[in-house]
Design a protein around this ligand. Structure first.
Ligand code: ADP
Length: 151
């Protein structure tokens, strides 16, 4: 018996978990994809946000509300590409595989967003990053449940 409280035990455990240990597969489409096709992808893949790439590198993120905003605004969903409405670099909040999952959760809370792309840096000066995964609020909730069950 170490004398540790349950909370400090859980916090010790969380601090040892990396993004790489819990990240899931990212759903990615290119900037030229129409809003219509991107919305269909969102439904088929059952995700709440999609990452957008240009020449293979991440250039943006679109979420449910981005699509809703344009749909109710009367945008022609078949004509407008997703690159026009996405939140774009350099404003994308991301994490790397080697980051702690705690720092990812803090970013989700502080920026009030649902998901973070996990990226690999190809060229920092050119802001070229490849998407290698995703961390969402569901990722954190699943981890919370696992820690609760297994401790
Ligand atoms: P929802 O639109 O379903 O509420 P979010 O809360 O994740 O989903 O998105 C809110 C806004 O933040 C959207 O405009 C979206 O484009 C943007 N956004 C989502 N994820 C990120 C991110 N990782 N970095 C920067 N902006 C983001």
């Amino acid at each position: 018996y170490t004398g540790k409280t349950t909370l400090s035990f859980i916090s010790e455990k969380i601090k040892g978990i990396k993004v790489a240990d819990v990240k899931s597969i990212p759903i990615v489409v290119s900037e030229e994809t129409s809003l219509y096709d991107a919305i269909v992808t969102m439904f088929l893949e059952d995700v709440s946000s999609i990452f957008i790439t240009n020449n293979g590198y991440i250039s943006g993120v679109v979420s449910r509300k981005d699509f809703l905003k344009n749909a109710i605004g009367g945008t022609d969903l078949h004509k407008i590409p997703v690159g026009v409405i996405m939140t774009r670099m350099p404003n994308i909040v991301f994490v790397k595989s080697e980051d702690s999952i705690l720092s990812a959760a803090i970013k989700l809370i502080e920026h009030e967003i649902d998901s973070l792309p996990v990226v690999e840096e190809i060229d920092r000066d050119k802001r070229n990053y490849k998407v290698v995964g995703r961390v969402t609020k569901t990722t954190i909730t699943r981890l919370f449940v696992e820690l609760g069950i297994n401790s």
